[in-house]
Design a protein around this ligand. Structure first.
Ligand SMILES: Nc1ncnc2c1ncn2[C@@H]1O[C@H](COP(=O)(O)OP(=O)(O)OP(=O)(O)O)[C@@H](O)[C@H]1O
Ligand SMILES: [Mg+2]
Length: 463
């Protein structure tokens, strides 16, 4: 069965509303509002496919209502109903984005033709957007570079879950591509034509975050001069990307859970439930399990967010992808800066592959950008020397889990062990794992090299 077209008629004249609800027939579901305020309320609650809006009404007039509706949803389709001699209003309505005009008095058949015309145009526009975003999705998809087994796993998981309604949690250190993945999920889903809205949950005060996400009613707090819809409303029918979800204040987590479970929420200072249809994707580089333990995150929310988790590898866990990434970024920045720095020397690539990359792909990308701009790859050594690699990215050998070691002797011993491990791995890679040659270069005996390889659990993947 064909879905009914949801119409909202906003007119103070009951005969107009009556005529339309009775006259339009089976294919329409008509909701009527008697004035502007009621119309706006119904609009935000029921999200009609099309609105028929009278210009002249007591209280809020049609132009004011149009302005507010467009503010809530830029893409909503509104047909204005106008009486005689309202040319000025017609011009203003066009400026505000009305789709059509119908002069009063009208014939219902004529109204139906206009409605069909607007809906048809809307459908074509959506189809065009779909084609565009499919093209974009393709090029965006190409942008997640990496052929290592970990990256292939990530890409196939994205393909599997993109076109579902599952909530996806993307985890990974800073700079590992969490945002690219979130955008990919959206553009590979059937929501691709609808908005992708991003909100970072860290680094803004709780009150502000609440107002941003859920909107507020006029007068809800000092400075709230008019009602403002929140990002969840803007994201209606699309995808909401909540970045740094691990930093969401506890008080807001209950509200988020309500959106996830009941698809509704209340604006700040409001009492009405607002319905939204939003797919949620979130990301974090925090240890959520630790946050859970410390009760910084509600456990019901944690389990609800965890429907699917995509773990992005750190760059040091996919070193074999470094040459591909380098190539990709070289192309990108040569094009951007009209340069012709085609490739790096094998020595430079090797240096890059041995580095710890605390800033992951983002850090690599920035370095390549600088190389292209300055046309000098000697800055690699400089950068590597200048970067402090935190101990977790060196994979500390034999460190006690979780607690800090203050004994100077033990600390130095461990740090020496780490240095040794790194150097041995470097030399082994250099000699293509020719242990005899490596021991010569390291100036230690062959036997002690074998012993150290075993003791430090060094293997060819470098992990
Ligand atoms: N696998 C990849 N292929 C190509 N580009 C990548 C890849 N991973 C990351 N990038 C690039 O690295 C930069 C950082 O990526 P992104 O912003 O998605 O990281 P993030 O995980 O969200 O980091 P943060 O936690 O700091 O916000 C972007 O410019 C992105 O294009
Ligand atoms: Mg990010």
């Amino acid at each position: 069965m064909k879905e009914k077209v949801k119409l909202l008629v906003i007119d103070d004249d009951p005969t107009v509303s009556w005529l339309l609800s009775e006259g339009l027939g089976e294919g329409y579901e008509v909701l009527t509002a008697r004035d502007g305020n009621e119309g706006i309320k119904f609009f935000s609650q029921s999200r009609p496919d099309l609105i028929l809006l009278d210009i002249k009404m007591p209280g809020l007039n049609g132009i004011q209502v149009l302005e507010q509706i467009k503010e809530m949803d830029r893409l909503s389709e509104v047909i204005m109903l106008s009486g005689h001699g309202e040319t000025k209003n017609v011009v203003e309505s066009i400026r505000l984005g009305a789709s059509e005009f119908i002069n009063k008095p009208f014939d219902v058949k004529e109204v139906e033709i206009h409605i069909q015309k607007v809906l048809e145009k809307n459908k074509l526009k959506k189809e065009l957007d779909l084609l565009k975003s499919e093209l974009q999705a393709k090029s965006q998809y190409d942008k997640l570079i990496g052929e290592s087994s970990k990256m292939i796993e990530v890409k196939s998981l994205i393909e599997q879950v993109a076109d579902s309604e599952l909530t996806v949690l993307i985890r990974g250190e800073s700079g590992t591509g969490k945002e690219i993945v979130a955008r990919m999920i959206h553009s590979l889903s059937s929501r691709r034509n609808e908005p992708f809205i991003k909100q970072n949950c860290a680094a803004i005060p709780r009150e502000l975050l609440e107002a941003e996400l859920f909107g507020y009613e006029k007068g809800a707090f000092t400075g709230a001069h008019k009602t403002k819809p929140g990002r969840f409303e803007t994201a209606h029918k699309g995808t909401m990307f909540l970045d740094e979800i691990g930093d969401m204040p506890l008080e807001l987590q209950a509200k988020l859970l309500q959106v996830l479970e009941q698809h509704e929420f209340v604006r700040v200072g409001g009492i009405k439930n607002i319905q939204v249809d939003v797919r949620i994707v979130c990301a974090t580089n925090r240890d959520l399990e630790k946050a859970l333990e410390k009760q910084l995150i509600r456990d019901d929310l944690y389990y609800r967010l965890n429907e699917v988790t995509i773990n992005l590898p750190a760059l040091r866990e996919m070193r074999e992808d470094i040459p591909f990434l380098v190539d990709h970024f070289l192309k990108k920045y040569n094009l951007n800066y009209k340069k012709n720095y085609a490739q790096l020397s094998p020595k430079s690539i090797k240096l890059l592959q041995e580095f710890g990359w605390p800033g992951n792909v983002r850090q690599l990308e920035n370095l390549i950008k600088q190389i292209v701009v300055r046309e000098d790859e000697n800055i690699i050594a400089e950068t590597i020397r200048a970067t402090i690699v935190p101990s977790e990215t060196i994979e500390e050998f034999g460190a006690p889990a979780g607690e800090k070691e203050y004994s100077l002797k033990k600390r130095v011993a461990r740090s020496t062990a780490n240095q040794e491990k790194k150097l041995i791995l470097e030399v082994l890679n250099k000699t293509n794992w020719n242990r005899r040659k490596a021991s010569e270069l390291l100036e230690i005996s062959y036997r002690s090299l074998l012993y150290k390889i075993k003791e430090y659990r060094i293997n060819e993947t470098g992990e």
